[in-house]
Design a protein around this ligand. Structure first.
Ligand SMILES: C[S@@+](CC[C@H](N)C(=O)[O-])C[C@H]1O[C@@H](n2cnc3c(N)ncnc32)[C@H](O)[C@@H]1O
Length: 301
């Protein structure tokens, strides 16, 4: 996660140290975002090292293209879902990468733009698509799913214990008129929580878990991540390293399990036995990075 062009991406120096760009011919950034990690990696890589970057968000790709322009033809950027990373590498006429990075989730530029619908603190259309050119919006899910499916989704992807109350409130409210705006949904969710529970979530907005759940569902985030993890053995060259940074337990569990099974199958070694997190100084500068968990593996024979 990163705070905008010019700001530092989460765990930047750790990413550079673990991915060892000095030894890389080809690096693959599956979530190029605003290009912060990519810039740090390219700056530390040999002059002929190349980087292939992927993102679903056209606006972020444009920002990354600007930020990385000084590396010119060493950088190729693609608008795609990272679960297509193997196809992207083939299209770029590249083979396996020596470094693979996935810094999951959304970046600040997306959250801070109310028009994208990710924010529960600024009003905007209830959208949440990382690629706004297609797919289902959060408004469509909220207005179309039956109460049980909505409750299950909020529980499963938001780990929200009041999911049933929230789903009930949403269904009651949408009978009056469809729920199309972020602030209306945030108010409905906040009103559905028992008051002591809402107060107990000090510093965390009562709608945060519900918004997270909808974002994951809208973008089919867990399945894309699983497909990317399945493809790691074909993306990563022997001796190369992969770093994944996740921002909630659903992601981290998938990364942890996939890395463990690659290690058990003799295809990789765990470089980080336990996940790494930003130190308090970094969290102070970039509070949104506080839940980051970084894991790294190295591909072996
Ligand atoms: C946390 S940001 C990455 C920030 C980046 N590391 C930097 O330094 O600027 C995550 C990025 O991943 C993108 N993204 C999320 N899911 C994706 C997917 N399935 N395929 C491709 N890009 C995705 C988002 O659009 C966002 O730009």
């Amino acid at each position: 996660m990163e705070g905008g062009a010019g700001h530092e991406p989460v765990l930047r120096d750790v990413v550079v140290e673990l991915l060892r760009p000095g030894r890389c011919g080809l690096m693959l950034d599956c979530t190029i975002g605003l290009g912060g990690h990519a810039e740090a990696l390219l700056s530390a890589a040999p002059e002929d090292a190349r980087l292939v970057g992927i993102d679903l968000d056209e606006g972020n790709l444009r920002a990354a293209r600007d930020r990385l322009s000084r590396f010119s033809s060493r950088v190729r950027l693609f608008s795609a879902c990272f679960d297509q990373a193997d196809t992207v590498l083939a299209e770029a006429s590249e083979g396996e990468a020596d470094a693979v990075l996935a810094d999951l989730g959304v970046c600040s530029m997306q959250i801070d733009d109310p028009q994208r619908g990710f924010s529960y603190t600024a009003d905007g259309p209830l959208d949440m698509r990382m690629d706004p050119s297609g797919g289902t919006t959060a408004a469509q899910l909220v207005n179309r799913l039956d109460e049980k499916s909505l409750a299950d989704l909020i529980y499963q992807y938001g780990d929200e214990r009041y999911s049933r109350r929230i789903a009930r409130a949403i269904v009651a409210e949408r009978r009056n008129r469809p729920i199309e705006r972020t602030m209306r949904l945030a108010d409905i969710v906040a009103g559905a929580l028992p008051r002591p529970a809402a107060a107990a979530r000090r510093g965390i907005h009562p709608a945060a878990r519900t918004f997270q759940a909808l974002r994951i569902a809208v973008n089919d985030e867990m399945r894309s991540l699983e497909r990317l993890l399945d493809k790691l053995p074909v993306l990563l060259a022997v001796g190369g390293r992969a770093v994944f940074i996740s921002f909630h337990s659903l992601e981290d569990r998938r990364v942890k399990n996939a890395f463990a099974s690659l290690a058990q199958g003799g295809k990789a070694e765990l470089v980080t036995k336990k996940p790494l997190s930003p130190d308090p100084e970094e969290v102070e500068k970039n509070p949104r990075g506080r839940s980051a968990k970084l894991r790294c593996i190295e591909r072996i024979a």
